[in-house]
Design a binder for this molecule. Structure first.
Ligand SMILES: [Zn+2]
Ligand SMILES: [Zn+2]
Length: 270
């Protein structure tokens, strides 16, 4: 399977000269199976460019899997080209909300006053699937979900195909629960994990749902992935700052295959 990052900024899209190397679009990851099935994880602003690419490939069937409904993970959805293609069929999977349904919550966001077009007028055929702790399959990709430590219902996902595996854990606060999501993140070939804060920043942001540098390092040791990427970059962290955070994390963890997620990064997982 192949993965491509279309956005890995956390909290708020952050375009501009200081974020050119790692990108300013919020979270969106594309995963393709060996036989071409496409699963998209999160619909941050990165999904806009992905949608333009998919339109040129005449793709009509998509599974979109949401970790949670914080705006940085859904704010690109209204600008995803396939939404306005009457031939497309989109299955949106996401965590079961504390109240109401997933469909009601997405429809509320994709309607006035937050969005110009009422949800009923969106042309794609959309189905909703509410998840907690589940296992299912999309054309050869086996996907598992489990709750993680983050404000509001939030899931992490593991994708596996032919013995290769990837874990997507963009929002997680191991500082409050060091085992949060380890059943998903443990022993994978590639882990994408929250690494938003320095230890100094985390001291005033406990309970906001993200990892400090020290907690990320400890989590990495516990999960022991073959390769790991730091994602959910803080909007205030310029490229050079992210590179300093990577150096510290490499030194602290000793992990030989640790890097920074960046827009456009494509990884073959075998
Ligand atoms: Zn987020
Ligand atoms: Zn969040």
């Amino acid at each position: 399977m192949k993965a491509r990052i279309w956005g890995c900024r956390g909290s708020l899209a952050t375009p501009g000269p200081s974020t050119l190397r790692y990108g300013g679009n919020t979270m969106c990851l594309e995963v393709r199976s060996a036989d071409g099935a496409i699963v998209i994880f999160d619909a941050g602003t990165g999904i806009r460019d992905l949608g333009r690419t998919l339109s040129t490939e005449t793709v009509h069937e998509i599974d979109l899997v949401l970790t949670h409904l914080h705006l940085d993970h859904i704010e690109g959805l209204g600008f995803f080209a396939l939404l306005f293609d009457p031939e497309s069929r989109i299955r949106i999977h996401g965590p079961r909300p504390a109240s109401g349904t997933l469909q009601e919550q997405i429809a509320a966001y994709l309607s006035p006053p937050y969005f110009p077009v009422p949800f009923e007028r969106i042309e794609a055929r959309i189905e909703f699937e509410e998840l907690e702790r589940e296992n299912w399959e999309v054309k050869g990709l086996r996907i598992s979900s489990a709750p993680v430590c983050h404000p509001g219902p939030t899931l992490a996902y593991r994708v596996a195909e032919n013995g290769a595996s990837l874990a997507f854990v963009p929002d997680n606060e191991p500082g409050l629960d060091k085992n949060s999501g380890l059943e998903i993140a443990g022993d994978v070939d590639l882990l994408l994990h929250d690494s938003q804060y320095t230890d100094e920043e985390y001291a005033t942001r406990v309970g906001w749902g993200h990892a400090s540098a020290s907690d990320f390092t400890a989590y990495l040791k516990a999960a022991a992935p073959r390769r790991a990427l730091m994602v959910h970059h803080d909007p205030t962290h310029a490229d050079a700052k992210l590179e300093r955070m990577l150096e510290s994390a490499r030194a602290a963890s000793g992990h030989p295959e640790l890097g920074l997620g960046h827009e456009g990064l494509e990884i073959e997982i075998a």
